[in-house]
Design a protein around this ligand. Structure first.
Ligand code: AMP
Length: 502
């Protein structure tokens, strides 16, 4: 690899070459070791997206430590719970994470604010007349812990997902086999939280010697990303469907052609939540063929299925519409099955639980053998997602099993209704949940967000449902709301919507 090539950017400003990045990793590793941190110890990162994230992550791995990523939007007390549960020894933080509450983290040997002079001292490399540091990489085994990722925990306490070096290597290689080719001229933008999948996508981009860019805003600002893409060359990024939608809105509002979008973006990998067929069709129309979908979960990070650029574009295929609504086919390193509650394979087309097996699947939950035994049985990960396979291996997700609505004894998958309602004039977003009902067990309720300047007529929505889906699936009630509750990764919190319905 060329050590003098720029590697890490803050916007358009180079903050490290590949050589400097490696030097800083060694420098940090040397100091972790000097402080007595041992291979396998957990080092927390409770930071908004920051250029130093990459150096801390890879510096920790250089010293054989396990990285404990914590979403910067969590409350300090939630982060504290994770830190205590994982028994982290050090934490790297950005000042903003505690400023809202004024509460500090406790129980750590050292807390380093990455923007402080204390951090600058840790980052201080050898002087001009000193020999470069030479800290050997601490050797680790494929099954050693590398990334301890706590699930978002919409119900109950979050669980620590143990991701090993083998899992991360598999994820990195699967990017090349199933998502995209990467070259040294490429540039990944960290617009989604680096504590999640977006952060570990650093691995394939580092393998390929590509560039890494943290936007100065630290997050997702469509205008900023378009501008940075124009200046740095087309960007690749991971984006949740809500973010894709905002990119497309921006392109449309500013009248950018698909060709102009291609100058700013090479590849937008989307996943993490359902992408409705109408939305991806519009994205392809406005921004052109620069999308790839992945389906995975923290327990098999970024690796499950992929819907390739080719499949998204293959409009001549007789089942193109179904494929657009699917999450694609199993990624190369894994196998996928759909089973009934007893773990028996279901015939093609029948909906059951999605199971994943392969080298990307976690070894288990941190110090939680019970939850591990529930999630991994006979080497297969039970994802909790419901879906069905077609004869070509395309997986279509329905809903998570807990979001399924059972009304009058019939199973209703909310997503099917959401897909229909999204086609209605003036509808921006929809979430369908079940509300308890004495007669039916549950009834279907749709929360609908109107587009700006539109007033929704629920009779028209009902008429559309009557035209498109079975009568019993129609929402019995509509609630027009200004926005939907979402978690820090942009996923709609259906648990919260159900609570509203009592
Ligand atoms: P997390 O563990 O927080 O990454 O959440 C993973 C969950 O997000 C999965 O189990 C799915 O329910 C959902 N998910 C991930 N990718 C997709 C996708 N491409 N389409 C629909 N849902 C997805």
């Amino acid at each position: 690899m060329a050590p003098e090539r720029p590697a890490i950017f803050l916007g358009t400003q180079v903050v490290a070459t590949h050589g400097q990045w490696a030097q800083r990793c060694q420098q940090l590793a040397r100091q972790f070791q000097a402080a007595g941190l041992q291979p396998g110890d957990r080092l927390a990162l409770f930071m908004r997206n920051h250029v130093r994230t990459l150096e801390v992550m890879f510096g920790a791995w250089w010293a054989g430590l396990a990285v404990l990523p914590i979403n910067a939007k969590l409350h300090v007390r939630e982060a504290q719970w994770i830190i205590d549960n994982a028994q982290a020894r050090w934490a790297f933080v950005t000042a903003d994470i505690t400023s809202d509450t004024g509460e500090d983290l406790t129980g750590l040997e050292r807390i380093v604010d990455v923007d402080s002079p204390e951090a600058d001292a840790l980052w201080q490399g050898p002087g001009p007349n000193e020999t470069p540091f030479d800290t050997p990489v601490t050797e680790r085994q494929p099954d050693d812990l590398a990334w301890l990722f706590y699930t978002s925990g919409t119900t109950g306490r979050p669980k620590g997902v143990m991701i090993t070096h083998r899992n991360l290597m598999t994820m990195g290689l699967a990017y090349f086999s199933d998502v995209d080719a990467i070259g040294p001229q490429d540039c990944i933008a960290y617009a989604a939280p680096m504590s999640h999948g977006a952060g570990i996508y650093a691995i394939p981009h580092l393998m390929a010697g590509a560039r890494h860019m943290v936007p100065p805003s630290g997050g997702f600002d469509p205008a900023e990303l378009f501008a940075l893409g124009q200046q740095l060359g087309p960007l690749s990024l991971f984006a949740a469907p809500t973010i894709v939608k905002r990119l497309v809105d921006h392109a449309e509002a500013t009248g950018l052609t698909a060709q102009a979008c291609g100058q700013a973006f090479k590849t937008v990998v989307y996943g993490g939540a359902p992408m409705y067929a109408a939305d991806i069709q519009r994205a392809l129309r406005v921004m052109g063929p620069r999308f790839v979908q992945i389906y995975g979960q923290g327990e098999s990070p970024m690796v499950g299925t992929a819907l390739s650029r080719h499949h998204l574009q293959d409009t001549a295929h007789p089942r193109h519409a179904e494929r657009l609504a699917s999450v694609g086919v199993a990624q190369t390193p894994v196998r996928i099955r759909v089973t009934d509650a007893q773990g028996q394979d279901l015939p093609l087309g029948e909906v059951g639980e999605v199971l994943i097996q392969g080298d990307s699947v976690m070894t288990g939950y941190w110090r939680n053998p019970e939850a591990t035994a529930h999630a991994i049985q006979n080497g297969w990960l039970f994802t909790g997602d419901m879906g069905c396979l077609d004869a070509d291996g395309f997986l279509t997700l329905k809903d998570r099993s807990k979001d399924l609505i059972i009304s009058g004894g019939s199973n209703i998958y909310p997503r099917e209704i959401e897909e229909v309602l999204l086609h209605a004039l003036g509808v921006a977003e929809v979430a369908v949940v079940g509300a308890p009902d004495a007669e039916w067990g549950e009834v279907v309720v749709a929360f609908v967000v109107p587009q700006a300047g539109h007033t929704l007529d629920t009779a028209a929505l009902d008429a559309l449902c009557l035209q498109e889906i079975a009568r019993f699936k129609r929402p019995k009630r509509y609630q027009i709301v200004a926005s939907l509750p979402k978690n820090n990764y942009g996923k709609v919190l259906k648990t919260e919507l159900r609570q509203r319905l009592g």
